[in-house]
Design a binder for this molecule. Structure first.
Ligand code: GLA
Length: 350
C-alpha cells in the first residue's frame, strides 16, 4: 500500500473580480487556509473518499469508470477520476479530505479541493503532472460535465502559484504573472458573511454568458480586446444590462492596474479607494452582491479604521475583505462580527 498527502491553499482576490474569464487582470493573495488530501492505494478499482468538512454526504464510494453525477461535492472527485481514468493512469484508492477553508465563502475552496486532490493522485500513481497541468485539469473538472460551473482560472492559478504576504498580478490573456509585495502598513481582514446563495452557480454562469453576449454584440472575441477604446462609445452600442456588465469589466481591469501602482507606491489609502470602487461596481453594474454583503460592507466602514471593503470572489453570498493599516484589521473585524449572528473572522492577511 502506498500513501500520498497534498495540500492546496485558498485565496482572497485583492481586486479584479469577474475579469478572469474575460481575459482580464486579477490580483490574488494565497491564504494560510486550505484543503488537504491523503490518499492510499487499494488493490481494486474502487474509490472511497471521506470528508471531515460539514458536508453531505460525509463519504462517497464508486468504481472508476462508473462515475455518476449526484449534485454533491463528490462530483468534483468523480470529474477528476473520470478525466484521469480515461488516460488509463488510475487504480482504486481511499482518500480523506480535511479543510480549514469555509466552503462556498468566495475563498477558492472548490479549486483548492481539486488542486489538492489532483496533486495527491499525481503523487500516489506517479503521474508526474506539472503545476500548469494541475491548474488546467482542476479548471477543466470545474467546467466539465460533473460540476458545470463555468468559472475562470483565477482560483486554480492563485492556489498553485500564489504566495502569502504578496499579491500575484496575473494577466489571463497570456497567464503572465508578477509577484507584488504588500506594503508594510497594510492588513486585510477576511470576514465570512455566513450567507450562501442557493443559485450562486446559476447566477455566475449567467454573468459569464452576458459577457460573451456583449463581446459578440461588439464583434470582439473577448472584452479585453476593447481596451484602449473610449468607454462611452462602447457602452452606447450595448443594450442594458450588457452596458453595465461591460462597464464593470473594463473599469475593473483599470482598477487592477491602478492597484498594482498603489501597492508599489505603498499608497494604502489609494488602494482602499480602489477596493471601495470595486465593490460599488460589483454591486451596481455587475449585480453580483446581495443585501447581506452590502450591509456587511457598510457596517465594516461604520466601525472605523477601514480604508476600503468589498465582496470577494464570485459574489451571491460569501465573504468580504476589509483593508486597514497594520495592526488594525482584527479589531475592525471583531467590532462587526460581535454585532452579527452569522459573520465570522476567517483570517487576517498577511
Ligand atoms: C469565482 C470563480 C473565478 C472568478 C471569480 C470572480 O471565484 O471561480 O474564476 O471568476 O469567481 O472573480
Amino acid at each position: 500500500m502506498r500513501e500520498a498527502t497534498a495540500h492546496a491553499a485558498g485565496r482572497i482576490n485583492l481586486i479584479g473580480e469577474h475579469t478572469d474569464y474575460n481575459d482580464g487582470l486579477v490580483l490574488p493573495i494565497a491564504l494560510g487556509l486550505g484543503v488537504s488530501v491523503t490518499a492510499r492505494t487499494r488493490g481494486d478499482r474502487f474509490v472511497h473518499v471521506a470528508s471531515d468538512a460539514a458536508v453531505t454526504p460525509r463519504e462517497i464510494a464508486y468504481e472508476i469508470g462508473h462515475e455518476r453525477r449526484d449534485g454533491t461535492w463528490g462530483d468534483r472527485v468523480r470529474g477528476i477520476t473520470a478525466a484521469l481514468g480515461e488516460r488509463g493512469e488510475l487504480a482504486g484508492f481511499d482518500a480523506r479530505v480535511t479543510s480549514t477553508l469555509p466552503a462556498g465563502a468566495g475563498l477558492g475552496s472548490s479549486a483548492a479541493f481539486a488542486v489538492a486532490f489532483i496533486r495527491a493522485l499525481s503523487d500516489l500513481f506517479a503521474l508526474g503532472l506539472g503545476d500548469m497541468e494541475i491548474v488546467d485539469l482542476a479548471h477543466a473538472v470545474e467546467n466539465g460535465p460533473f460540476v458545470g460551473a463555468r468559472s475562470g482560472l483565477l482560483d486554480q492559478l492563485a492556489s498553485v502559484y500564489g504566495t502569502r504576504g504578496a499579491a500575484l498580478f496575473l494577466d489571463l490573456r497570456d497567464r503572465a504573472s508578477d509577484t507584488i509585495p504588500l506594503p508594510r502598513d497594510l492588513e486585510v481582514a477576511v470576514i465570512d458573511s455566513g450567507t450562501r446563495h442557493a443559485h450562486a452557480t446559476g447566477g455566475y454562469n449567467r454573468r459569464r454568458a452576458e459577457s460573451e453576449e456583449a463581446a459578440a454584440h461588439l464583434g470582439v472575441s473577448s472584452l479585453r480586446d476593447l481596451e484602449g477604446r473610449p468607454l462611452e462609445s462602447i457602452l452606447d452600442r450595448l443594450p442594458p444590462p450588457l452596458d453595465r456588465r461591460v462597464r464593470h469589466v473594463l473599469t475593473e481591469n483599470e482598477r487592477v492596474r491602478s492597484s498594482v501602482e498603489a501597492l508599489r507606491a505603498d499608497d494604502v489609502e489609494q488602494l482602499g479607494e480602489l477596493i471601495a470602487a470595486s465593490h460599488r461596481s460589483l454591486r451596481d453594474d455587475y449585480e453580483v452582491s446581495t443585501p447581506e454583503l452590502d450591509d456587511l460592507v457598510d457596517r465594516v466602514y461604520a466601525g472605523g479604521d477601514v480604508l476600503g471593503a468589498r465582496l470577494v470572489g464570485g459574489g451571491f453570498g460569501g465573504s468580504v475583505i476589509a483593508l486597514t493599516r497594520r495592526g488594525r484589521a482584527r479589531a475592525a473585524a471583531d467590532r462587526v462580527v460581535a454585532s452579527s449572528e452569522r459573520a465570522r473572522l476567517v483570517a487576517v492577511v498577511p
